[in-house]
Design a protein around this ligand. Structure first.
Ligand SMILES: [Ca+2]
Length: 347
């Protein structure tokens, strides 16, 4: 085992326009992590099921753009700081055999980014026996086979590497990406006489989340409380619900409840207004009259709004401790919202 090494190249450009009212910074980096050190599964014969190994090589590329502008400089002053980042990583070597590393429902394989979501693609539910007869069914003929009302998985492969009309582990595939197309952030500052307003927002676009939380909160077992999204489940041929929510079923049959599928993948894009601060500077003369240098009153709202289609508490699920399992939501805590009213006094 050796140290992980990183080779990195950075190129940056700073430019300003319109008498410095607009400035732009562009950064580009490429890096190569060689002898990547990761905790990987190793044969139990060693007595350890996880071990730190030099497992491969990953290439990273990134672009970061930062734009600052003075939009108005009259009685009203308005400035904007905006940044957007594009990152990509790709595994180019996994030693010694190049075998994929499976970590829960993430997979790390050559030619793909680290920790892509791995499982069965879904194609709605089987509405009736005629659809079951058409297939493809899970474990046909066995007690835990797919039945009407169960999720229909997509037949992407088979034992011989081609679709075979049935669903088994060879149909598991990359079913989503935890990596956004881009991250961004923006701060706008406005001032008018003694009034100031600052609005900060940030977000990510195009990433997906594997909601392990929904494994519990959107379960089909019918004896635990579920999210309202499960209300319209399949009940019978005549009452198929919303045609997409599987039947209630406490037995581990065709919904294969112990395994993740595309049913647990959500769009993770979000835009969060992370801070709004309104302040008022009480006139210097008044402050000096009462023996102070300055008095400023302000109110700050933290995380007041979020715009997202994500059904969980917090789409920013970047706190996984395992680098091979990015983008997995294990019921991450919601960010607190707060409203603070304050007074800054300068003596
Ligand atoms: Ca198949």
């Amino acid at each position: 085992m050796t140290w992980e090494t990183q080779q990195q190249v950075n190129v940056g450009v700073d430019a300003s326009f319109f008498k410095r009212r607009l400035s732009l910074t562009v950064d580009h980096f490429r890096s190569k992590n060689v002898d990547l050190l990761l905790n990987v599964n190793v044969p139990d014969i060693t007595g350890f099921s996880r071990s730190l190994r030099n497992v491969g090589e990953v290439r990273n590329t990134g672009w970061e753009f930062t734009l600052s502008s003075l939009n108005l400089a009259k009685t009203i002053e308005w400035t904007t700081d905006f940044n957007v980042s594009f990152y990509k990583n790709k595994v180019v070597r996994l030693g010694p055999e190049g075998d994929p590393i499976y970590s829960g429902d993430n997979v790390t394989m050559v030619g793909q980014p680290i920790g892509m979501f791995y499982g069965w693609l879904t194609d709605g539910i089987f509405l009736n026996q005629a659809e079951i007869d058409k297939g493809p069914v899970y474990n046909a003929g066995a007690a835990d086979r797919s039945r009407p009302g169960d999720t229909r998985f997509v037949d992407v492969s088979g034992a011989n590497g081609v679709p075979d009309g049935k669903i088994d582990s060879s149909d598991k595939t990359v079913m989503g990406s935890p990596y956004p197309d881009f991250y961004y952030g923006m701060t706008n500052r406005f001032s008018y006489r003694n009034l100031g307003l600052t609005i900060t927002l940030q977000g990510s676009q195009g990433n997906e989340i594997l909601s392990e939380a929904r494994h519990y909160t959107a379960n089909t077992r019918g004896r635990y409380r579920s999210l309202a999204m499960m209300n319209n489940y399949w009940k019978s041929d005549q009452d198929p619900g919303d045609d997409k929510t599987p039947r209630s079923n406490d037995a581990p049959t065709g919904n294969v409840r112990g395994q993740y599928s595309q049913r647990f993948i959500d769009d993770g894009s979000y835009l969060r207004i992370s801070n709004v601060t309104l302040s008022y500077l009480i006139a210097d003369k008044f402050a000096q009259k009462i023996g102070l240098n300055s008095v400023r009153v302000y109110t700050t709202a933290t995380n007041p709004f979020i715009f997202t289609k994500y059904t969980g508490f917090n789409p920013d699920v970047s706190n996984s401790s395992d680098p091979l399992r990015p983008g997995v939501d294990q019921n991450d805590y919601p960010l607190p919202k707060s409203l603070v009213v304050g007074l800054n006094i300068g003596f």
